[in-house]
Design a protein around this ligand. Structure first.
Ligand code: BDR
Ligand code: CA
Length: 330
């Protein structure tokens, strides 16, 4: 290629817009799941939501699949297909978190029951079919709850591991250790066997642990910024935060509650908000005392092969500026 052709080829490529990433969100809303979903649905330049799969977690499956549709309708995105998935963890009884999220899982604002239907297909089948039918390496999975749906899909159809572009998930902790037990973070604790399958899958994984999410605190100033937009979505979000932050501020004595799950969707939009290390992460599945612990080799003290990008820091104000600007669009 001569130099002029090379230069014009280069500038064509530079000016060609990057297409949005195709993703499947797997979720257990949860007010912070709602924030993550709203951020994705408000960001079509970067994110194309192929479907949202609900899983049991913060509250039982009938509520998480209902709440997912409530959130889609709040965003005015009634065409996003929503699928119900697994009602309980792979081998254990379900543990829920109404003490944080309220009886409905979405306590705070008064939002109407959804009109949009649930799809007939099971979430696990949707995940498998979508990954098999699309070009390899083009679909990212974004789990915001226990990893039951994702691990069940991987167990039933091991070939899909080679099709996933990346898994970006909220779960685990290293420096912050646990929020549901002294050793474990909620999403991993609820279904440690599922988490173990995912972390051993060989798929590229990016993790948003409590170490990051505990740095994105919804302070009174940040809630005010949401309310100041005077939009329906931001004010519903502010009402959700008002509800669940009572629990966290009492527990941690912090100036506002952490907003966990939108770290996943913010990463897809603006990855440079986050920094971390590519390290080995193993899941404890045996010990009663430390069940669900993410044993993260942050300091590289073993020779276990790295299997995950484990985030450790975030530009918190950059994150909230992004969240507020995007939610105000809806
Ligand atoms: C995680 O647990 C849930 O309560 C939240 O929605 C988040 O996904 C934080 O530990
Ligand atoms: Ca969640």
């Amino acid at each position: 290629m001569d130099i002029r052709r090379a230069l014009s080829h280069f500038s064509e490529n530079r000016s060609r817009p990057i297409p949005p990433r195709d993703i499947i969100i797997d979720t257990d809303p949860g007010q912070d799941d709602a924030a993550a979903i709203l951020l994705a649905l408000a960001s079509p330049e970067e994110i194309n939501v192929l479907g949202i799969t609900a899983v049991a977690g913060n509250v039982p499956l009938p509520l998480t699949s209902k709440n997912t549709r409530i959130v889609c309708e709040l965003a005015g995105k009634v065409d996003v297909p929503v699928y119900a998935g697994c009602a309980s963890p792979m081998t254990r009884d379900l543990v829920t978190a109404e003490h944080v999220h309220g009886k409905t899982g979405l306590d705070g604002p008064v939002l109407p029951d959804p009109i949009m239907p649930l799809q007939d297909t099971h979430a696990v089948d949707f995940i498998i079919e979508t990954l098999r039918s699309r070009p390899t390496g083009t679909v990212a999975l974004c789990p915001l709850g226990p990893l039951t749906n994702i691990a069940t899909a991987l167990k039933r159809a091991p070939d899909i591991a080679g099709h996933v572009q990346e898994i970006v998930l909220m779960g685990g902790a290293y420096f912050e250790v646990g929020n549901i037990t002294p050793a474990a973070e909620f999403n991993i604790y609820v279904d440690p066997e599922a988490a173990d399958i995912v972390f051993k899958s060989g798929i590229k994984i990016t993790v948003m642990p409590l170490d990051v999410t505990h740095k994105v605190l919804v302070t009174p100033t940040r809630i005010k910024a949401l309310r100041d937009t005077q939009t329906k979505v931001c004010s519903a979000m502010a009402d959700m935060v008002d509800f669940f932050e009572r629990f966290d501020t009492d527990k941690y004595g912090s100036n506002g509650a952490p907003l966990h799950d939108p770290c996943v969707t913010a990463y897809l939009i603006q990855p440079d908000l986050f920094t971390g290390r590519h390290i080995n992460v193993e899941i404890e599945t045996q010990s009663d005392l430390t069940l669900g612990m993410t044993v993260a080799d942050w300091w590289g003290v073993t020779d276990r092969a790295p299997n995950a990008m484990f985030m450790g820091d975030v530009d918190a104000q950059g994150f909230f500026d992004l969240l507020t600007e995007r939610l105000a669009r809806l």
